[in-house]
Design a protein around this ligand. Structure first.
Ligand code: AMP
Ligand code: ZN
Length: 471
């Protein structure tokens, strides 16, 4: 071997546009905030690319011996959720509840490890009001004629540092009320939006009258509540850099006077035919769409995890078929090893090297595509040794141990768990009730929906069992 490898986890920090060695402030704890879903619809797999990237990051931190303290917010009040609830004719909380539940079921399908906290915006309005009061007191915010409150970006000289904005051409005093806007429109943004008739029943009382918080403010208030004024890591998709994260920095640092986040990480987009997968373009698959086509959560996770997070991922169904073949190869290898294995012996050099290749790849800004190549090199070499009768039983067992170790991060090697997701159990329960009421059409409809997700109901004397169909 050449140069001795010095182990250090390096990550690309959006703030410095450079790779930096990751050094948390209070090890072994790592404070980590990941912008969560806006619960106005089912999340699409572009969103899940971001969540799988964050899950790989979280799991790799754990692999390195850190203890992540992860917060993922649920945006359950913003322009989109309010519009969605009105279109559906439902109260906001009833409308968002359905998508919150679906989100957690989807996380389970994709084997995404749970964060420590999932704060919902609507449950943190007092914290948001307090943050706005601080910003008013310190002179960073002002009232507009309609009783909304805006952040004055000219008062915050570091504004634009994350997104690398050119502030020269900015019109002083220009204001923007929407939650989302383009770089070209950098302007004072709303912290608190005064109630308008379009908001219907959605409002909270505040010292400035009825209204609701702006989206950016939600994340500042909730991240600092659970992680403190300054914390280690903040992540999201690239589209979050501006204005969302830029505005989070401005609000938080203006209020506390201390640096908000040390490392910012953003994943590139998942695209279809060169265009970002998004609700507004209509070019999206939800996780459910893909399960209905017979793909498993494990296969989808594999595709999302296989590209380096800073590389654009071009999605198509062929990549899911390739994932299926790759996972079959990994499964067959494990079966061969299991048939052989005894108590694990000392790890031989070739396996130690495979483990180091994995580690080196992940240390290099979470290079999952290289790490995956290392894994398949290991499988190739292991199969070769098995074919040649050169893999003694204790070595086979040691190989299985290393695969399990790697899978603590990848999370797709172990066969999928046999417990059905909670929403399927609920559907099966509804079907049982429909049958008891002799409502056969409804019972059949539910059975078909469950089948579309790849599970079969087996009726039993004392209820039912859900069995996963063979892939
Ligand atoms: P949203 O619900 O729109 O706030 O998005 C939730 C998360 O998904 C954010 O971190 C976004 O940056 C991310 N995201 C949205 N679309 C894509 C995409 N096509 N590829 C990767 N990440 C995305
Ligand atoms: Zn956010």
């Amino acid at each position: 071997m050449g140069k001795r490898y010095i182990m250090a986890f390096k990550i690309f920090n959006t703030l410095s546009r450079q790779q930096e060695v990751f050094t948390p402030t209070r090890p072994p704890t790592v404070g980590m905030y990941t912008c969560g879903p806006t619960v106005y619809n089912y999340a699409h797999i572009g969103n899940f690319r971001a969540y799988v990237f964050e899950d790989l990051l979280r799991r790799y931190l754990g692999y390195l011996g850190y203890q992540p303290r992860q917060v993922m917010n649920l945006t359950d009040v913003d322009d989109k959720t309010i519009r969605g609830a009105q279109a559906a004719g439902l109260p906001l909380d009833e409308y968002t509840r359905k998508f919150k539940d679906a989100f957690f079921a989807d996380l389970q399908t994709l084997n995404i490890a749970r964060a420590e906290f999932y704060p919902a915006a609507t449950e943190h309005i007092p914290e948001m009001i307090a943050l706005i009061e601080t910003l008013l007191d310190k002179g960073f915010a002002y009232h507009s004629a309609d009783h909304s409150i805006y952040f004055e970006i000219n008062r915050f000289p570091a504004y634009g540092r994350l997104a690398h904005l050119d502030m020269a051409g900015l019109k002083p005093g220009a204001r923007i009320a929407q939650d989302e806007y383009q770089k070209e429109n950098a302007a004072d943004f709303a912290l608190w939006k005064a109630w308008t008739p379009e908001d219907g029943e959605v409002f909270w009382d505040s010292p400035w009258g009825r209204g609701r918080p702006g989206w950016h403010l939600e994340c500042s208030a909730m991240s600092m509540k659970y992680l403190g004024a300054g914390f280690d890591l903040h992540t999201g998709g690239m589209d979050n850099i501006f204005p969302h994260h830029e505005d989070e920095i401005a609000q938080s640092e203006a209020a506390t006077g201390v640096p908000f986040v040390t490392y910012w990480m953003h994943c590139a987009h998942l695209v279809v035919d060169g265009r970002k997968m998004s609700k507004s373009l209509g070019n999206f698959y939800t996780l459910r769409d893909l399960l209905e086509r017979g793909y498993s959560g494990r296969e989808i996770r594999y595709v999302l995890a296989s590209a380096h997070y800073r590389q654009t991922l071009n999605f198509n169904l062929a990549s899911l078929d390739a994932a299926r073949a790759a996972l079959r190869r990994a499964d067959e290898f494990r079966e061969r090893l299991a048939a052989q294995a005894a108590a694990p012996g000392k790890t031989p050099a070739w396996l130690e090297e495979a483990r180091m290749s994995f580690r080196r790849a992940m240390d290099d800004d979470l290079n999952t595509s290289m790490a995956l190549a290392a894994l398949f090199d290991l499988i190739h070499e292991g199969n070769r040794r098995l074919d040649a009768g050169e893999l003694p039983a204790p070595e086979a067992a040691a190989t299985l141990t290393i695969l399990d170790d790697i899978d603590r991060v990848f999370g797709f090697l172990a066969p999928a768990p046999e417990t059905a997701p909670e929403d399927l159990v609920q559907m099966a329960e509804e079907r049982r009730r429909a049958r008891a009421a002799r409502n056969w059409a409804e019972a059949d409809r539910l059975r078909d929906m469950i089948a579309a997700r790849g599970w079969t109901i087996q009726d039993a004397a004392d209820g039912f069992k859900l069995k996963r169909n063979a892939p």
